[in-house]
Design a protein around this ligand. Structure first.
Ligand code: ACM
Length: 713
């Protein structure tokens, strides 16, 4: 979906991130602090770096998302050879499977074998999971996901009203593990936790590029680890129809290049998600973004075919014909078939970016609009949605659509997913529609975790709080494939998971990054490849097993935004995704690391350790240049990186010169400053579809070495 070029200014503009920077005070924790002020051994950890309390009682808090209430006591529960687990209260297969997975991960984390047999008398076990009931038959918005964890020196007790609550608690338990004196332990803590939002989603577009089942399943593992609870599966678009339909076999048969999920695979994914407390909401985009349907069934379209699978991205004109009863008969049978695969109460019908061109060009459709008093194509799309809604209701499903579906002609139980801006969420809410916010959560903008993290799912001033169901991260598929998706999703999605789960007041960016670094490694251990995947690609690009030279460059560049890449490359479905831009990651640690070192040095020129690290880095950038030059010159896949290699060496030289001035207590000349700033400006220009992460910091360093107004020229 999602138009991709300057020709569609509205949607491109809508991808501009909305950033809110709010206050950083955790009121809930302040309250808790007051309560416990006189309990000497208990400290509230609000996960707020501003309060400097990330370590208490020797407990390094790396919970992500942060729990709504966490109290830390003194001491540990060892996870030694005698560790055991028992289930008390309600139990079922889902809970037992989750318990076994947790034991496996605890074992991995602790290095100790843990008995797989659950203790028969649950309360004799070291860890007791005490669950009240099954929860909803089909997990829905009302599912109780709350849980509590109590750790004493003798026992860990996880309590939850539902199995899903217990699953959330198990992830917290796994994040509590500490290593002390060569042993794995749980800190003595007391946690009460529940989500802020009921809908904490992640959308993956498998239409533009197909994502194999193992990719989807490891993504579900990652989602569960950070308590996301809705997988929105975008299954059809102009570039592909990805589900097997037995009723209409030409959908996947002619619209997918053979890349589709069989019905058995869909059931497997839905079951996999259910086991992790994740709902699966399918999306079949209509009436636009539907070319792949028309390859096999051109009679659904508003203009005569033939049609073929689109390779080019953006907005295409093909749209379903809203005037034909046969289209609705088809959709009725199709939705009926799909509801046998997807038990969720919600069904996403897309609705975005239908440009109305085929409708305006058709005499027949224009006549239909006149007869039905439909004044424009928006009204015709609302008419289409009304018919579609009847079909969904018949099949016991509620409609979700992108914000284009917002129209007073539709009843208030339609859920509106805001993507073109935060405004549509408020507009919908004022009219009584429930909404999901996605506009600030488009990962293909290649923005930092901090930028996404700053945007609240309930924008300032939106008073209809109950109508904001939550947020959804969007991972569009134009510029990713199975090899690169993980590094675009993670760890940024984990930062957003906290935004959707934790209290609004948890918003300290530095503390989020501290915990995100730890969670990122945990996610990789769980099977995600956001760290190893890019490393493997760098090896492949360099053509050597230990590509130290190329790693130096890769560490300090990140991909340009979706729009910039599209404009430069005209990326299509046929573009190989195997360049430097694909091997590097958005928001790499280098930006913060270098910024921290430079700020530290400017604040304290005697800061020797930081200075030495900067110097080493700058020297490296210069030193790798000849080798890298030779490498890029000889490689078809790296050739476009040639200017970046030169700029890296120049940046290294500039950094060394600046350090030299600062060391000597001398001031660089105005001429030096202007030439160096000029080089850095040059390095800001587009090249190789990547941008440097360190330019603002290096600029600062140059300015510190030759301040304006120092009078030297
Ligand atoms: C969208 O990005 N077109 C929903």
């Amino acid at each position: 979906m999602h138009s991709s070029n300057g020709g569609h200014a509205t949607s491109t503009a809508s991808r501009r991130q909305h950033v809110e920077l709010g206050s950083a005070i955790n009121f809930r924790c302040k309250r808790t602090l007051r309560l416990f002020r006189y309990v000497a051994m208990v400290v509230c950890i609000p996960t707020m770096a501003t309060q400097g309390q990330n370590m208490a009682g020797n407990f390094a808090n790396t919970l992500l998302p942060a729990a709504s209430t966490l109290r830390v006591g003194v001491g540990y529960l060892p996870m030694g050879a005698s560790f055991s687990v028992g289930l008390s209260g309600y139990r079922d297969g889902r809970l037992e499977r989750a318990t076994q997975r947790m034991i496996g991960r605890l074992e991995y984390e602790s290095g100790n074998p843990i008995p797989r047999d659950l203790v028969r008398d649950a309360w004799a076990a070291v860890m007791v999971v005490d669950v009240r009931g099954q929860g909803q038959m089909v997990q829905g918005l009302e599912e109780d996901e709350s849980y509590s964890v109590q750790v004493t020196g003798e026992r860990l007790t996880l309590r939850a009203a539902t199995v899903v609550g217990a699953l959330r608690g198990m992830e917290t338990v796994l994040q509590l593990v500490q290593h002390r004196d060569g042993k794995a332990v749980f800190p003595v803590v007391s946690i009460d936790d529940a989500p802020r939002f009921r809908w904490r989603g992640l959308m993956i577009d498998c239409g533009r590029h197909f994502e194999p089942v193992p990719v989807i399943e490891r993504t579900l593992d990652g989602m569960a680890a950070v308590k996301l609870n809705v997988f929105h599966w975008h299954l059809s678009d102009d570039q592909g129809f990805r589900v097997e339909s037995k009723r209409f076999p030409k959908l996947h048969g002619m619209g997918s290049d053979g890349l589709y999920y069989t019905q058995e695979q869909v059931k497997e994914v839905v079951a996999y998600a259910y086991d992790r407390g994740i709902r699966v909401v399918p999306e079949f985009d209509m009436p636009g973004h539907a070319t792949s349907w028309f390859v096999g069934y051109p009679e659904l379209a508003s203009a005569e075919g033939p049609y073929e699978v689109k390779r080019v991205f953006g907005i295409h004109d093909a749209a379903m014909d809203p005037t034909r009863p046969s289209v609705y008969e088809f959709l009725d049978a199709f939705v009926g078939e799909m509801t046998t695969l997807f038990p969720d109460a919600y069904f996403h019908v897309g609705g975005d970016e239908s440009n109305g061109k085929q409708w305006r060009a058709s005499e027949r459709i224009q006549a239909f609009m006149r007869v039905h008093g439909l004044k424009d194509t928006d009204a015709l799309q609302a008419y289409f949605n009304q018919q579609l809604l009847k079909i969904l209701v018949k099949h016991h499903r509620q409609m979700v659509g992108w914000d284009e579906v917002l129209n007073p002609a539709l009843p208030k139980d339609v859920v509106v997913q805001s993507w073109r801006g935060v405004k549509s969420l408020g507009d919908g809410a004022r009219q009584g529609y429930r909404g999901l916010l996605s506009a600030p959560y488009y990962l293909d903008g290649m923005k930092s975790s901090a930028t996404h993290y700053a945007a609240d799912p309930l924008p300032e001033g939106m008073t209809e709080a109950g109508l904001g169901l939550g947020g959804e991260i969007c991972m569009w598929g134009e510029q990713i494939d199975g090899q690169t998706i993980d590094s675009r999703l993670w760890p940024r999605s984990a930062a957003l998971a906290e935004r959707f789960w934790s209290p609004r007041e948890v918003r300290d960016e530095n503390d989020m990054y501290r915990r995100l670094g730890v969670e990122s490694v945990r996610l990789e251990a769980l099977g995600l490849t956001h760290l190893s995947g890019p490393q493997a690609m760098v090896r492949s690009l360099a053509g050597e097993p230990n590509p130290v030279l190329l790693e130096r460059l890769a560490a300090v560049v990140e991909p340009v935004s979706f729009g910039e890449r599209y404009d430069t490359q005209q990326t299509s479905q046929l573009t190989p995704l195997d360049r430097l831009v694909d091997a590097v990651v958005p928001d790499p640690p280098s930006r913060q690391r270098i910024a921290g070192l430079v700020d530290g040095l400017i604040a304290d020129p005697q800061h020797q350790a930081g200075r030495a690290e900067l110097e080493r880095m700058f020297r490296d950038w210069v030193a790798v240049s000849p080798g890298l030059d030779a490498m890029v010159a000889g490689s078809a896949r790296l050739a476009d990186a040639e200017p970046r290699v030169k700029q890296l060496a120049e940046a290294g030289a500039i950094g060394l010169e600046a350090l030299g001035y600062l060391d000597a207590g001398r001031t660089g000349t105005t001429d030096w400053r202007e030439r160096r700033l000029g080089s850095l400006t040059e390095a800001e220009k587009p090249a190789a579809l990547v941008r440097f992460t360190f330019l603002p910091s290096l600029r600062k360093l140059v300015m510190a070495a030759a301040p304006e107004g120092s009078g030297k020229s």
